[in-house]
Write a protein that binds this ligand. Structure first.
Ligand code: GLY
Length: 367
């Protein structure tokens, strides 16, 4: 067996054992980010966007192991979220339902599960502003976040499931607005655009989680790579593949092979420029997807970069296996620097995208 395969296999086994321990320690508790390595701490969350990732990890483990026990657990944890399908106040339903319900539908083709996905997509579309042609964020009626690119695939799924052309066109319009206003020609992205909700006029760039108003928050950039790549998969529209590649090329221009990114690319060198392993995990997973969508030499470049990044994440520096009593998988993730939430901690989305990338890589690396 190749050394890489052994390292990925060890990382998978550790992630599965951490998830199992969390289920046994706190049944039905859905973690978000750790505080000093513990998932359950009563700290704030900045919106409820993370609850699909723990069931999503269980689905990944169930798919990889083909174990009926993991499958039953995945269904159980996903069911805990079912009521959220009708929440018309959130921009984050894609994170939740694409992680927890889409794998379930893909496995079973059960129309009742597809109904839940479609209902959630229609609920998300309630955020659509027709003047500005975008799905507003929870921050306000004038706020367009790059993060929403990870949620808009849910609207496409709802539109395709129900043959709803209006919904489909809204989803396309959101992606085009984001590409035009938030993605710069060089592929870098600020986190937020402020748009007049009455006229649709773009007013300025801004940020919620980045270092500065116009800086490149690393996780936002990786949301853009992953989100535009997913939208290309759903639409086959080459303009979205071009945007995903432009963002990926910017990301790769800012990081050395195997380097885990800083939490924001504009933070000056020094102690404030610490890494966000969750952005690294999302990048690895997104680059593996992009490699499937493009031809060589770009395809090989994306895949090589993803594997190098994963290989770094699989080392003692990032894996929590040597830190006694640490409950997450990946060390050194970041949630919200300004609100002092989950800084240098494990995050459930970092663990989820890491596991997703590891299982994808395990399917393709030579044995
Ligand atoms: N707002 C979603 C995130 O923290 O990435």
């Amino acid at each position: 067996m190749s050394d890489l395969r052994l390292r990925l296999g060890r990382a998978f086994d550790f992630a599965a054992s951490q998830v199992k321990a969390t289920i046994e320690r706190t049944p039905d508790y859905i973690p978000s980010y750790t505080r000093e390595g513990r998932w359950k701490h009563g700290g704030d969350v900045w919106t409820d966007w993370t609850s699909g990732f723990f069931p999503g990890m269980i689905w990944r483990i169930a798919e990889h192991t083909k174990s009926p026990d993991w499958r039953a657990s995945a269904e159980h944890y996903s069911r805990l979220l079912q009521r959220k399908q009708h929440d018309r106040s959130a921009h984050d339903l894609g994170f939740i339902f694409l992680s927890a319900y889409l794998p379930w539908y893909r496995l079973t083709q059960d129309p009742a599960i597809l109904d839940v996905v479609a209902n959630a997509g229609r609920s998300l579309a309630a955020q659509y502003n027709a003047k500005g042609k975008f799905l507003r964020s929870h921050v306000g009626a004038d706020s367009l976040l790059i993060d929403v690119m990870m949620n808009v695939p849910l609207v496409f799924h709802a539109a395709i499931a129900s043959g709803d052309q209006v919904l489909y066109d809204q989803a396309i319009a959101h992606c085009e607005t984001t590409a035009k206003i938030l993605v710069r020609p060089g592929g870098d992205t600020p986190q937020e655009a402020i748009i007049d909700p009455n006229t649709g006029a773009f007013l300025r760039h801004s940020t919620q989680q980045g270092y500065a108003q116009t800086s490149v928050w690393a996780r936002g950039l990786t949301w853009a790579i992953s989100g535009f790549a997913s939208v290309y998969t759903l639409t086959s529209d080459p303009q979205f593949l071009e945007v995903a590649e432009r963002c990926a090329n910017f990301y790769l221009s800012q990081t050395a092979p195997g380097e885990v990114p800083p939490w924001d690319f504009n933070v000056p060198q020094g102690p404030e420029r610490f890494v966000d392993s969750s952005a690294g995990a999302i990048a690895a997973s997104a680059l593996l997807n992009l490699a499937e969508l493009t031809d060589d030499p770009q395809s090989s470049r994306y895949r090589t970069a993803a594997i190098a990044l994963l290989d770094t994440l699989c080392t003692d520096q990032y894996m929590a296996w040597s830190t006694p009593d640490w409950e997450g998988v990946l060390l050194h993730g970041v949630y919200h620097v300004h609100k002092k939430l989950g800084v240098d901690e494990s995050t459930i989305w970092g663990d989820y995208y890491f596991l997703e990338a590891v299982t994808k890589a395990l399917r393709t690396v030579e044995s």
